[in-house]
Design a protein around this ligand. Sequence first.
Ligand code: 13P
Length: 251
Amino acid sequence: MEYRIPLIAGNWKMFKTGNEAVDAATQLVKLVSDIENVDIVIAPPYTSLAVVSEVIRDTRIDLSAQDLYWEKEGAYTGQISASMLISAGCQYVIIGHSERRQLFGETNDTVNNKIKAASASGLIPILCVGETETQRDEKKTFSVLDKQMEKGLEGLTLDEHHSLVIAYEPVWAIGTGKSATPDQVQEVHAFLRDLVEKRFGNMLAKATRILYGGSVKPDNVSELMTLPDVDGALVGGASLQPDSFSKIIHF
Ligand code: 13P
């Protein structure tokens, strides 16, 4: 029987100074010390990665960055490379979040460069895909997702040493309190797993975790987690408070 360990990830976006991040991570470590069968990831801003990695050392909690740049090093003011993230303690990196696509000019091509650089360096990419409200209304959800997956994953090779996490985050559900319905989520997740199977084969499709993101809260997470193709959640707002994030992790 196929089994994927659930993964609950908290994207802290541009919240928390170093001290605030250390405080929140310290509380979270205590609150989830009983957890055994859920992988936990937090993604603080760059400036808190190194200090938070000390707090979560030897715990179940892993560290993610929220973005990276694909070059190894060079004159790229403001950018951060994969090896810098690894040396700051990261195992994961979020790539292609809709806020980066909408506000900072991220395209499927830049996403693809980032995915390949992350994977080659040993980081696990969390590839975010998702349609806007207009695209859903115009019945373009599946063609948009197909393109984001096709272009985003072009040229990527996966094997037992290079895994991938996908996060389905419908743009209209992010920060709005309006989560997608279980039917909508399952339909998209099954579609995404199919695309992974077409590209990487059946074994990797079964092993790849597909997270849902968009207004995940303590009171809607358990229903989402019962869906066959939902393997976890990427949580924004509700991950900022250790208490509510811990409730989500204890779904
Ligand atoms: P919210 O949980 O605040 O809707 O944010 C979701 C998100 O963007 C996670 O990456």
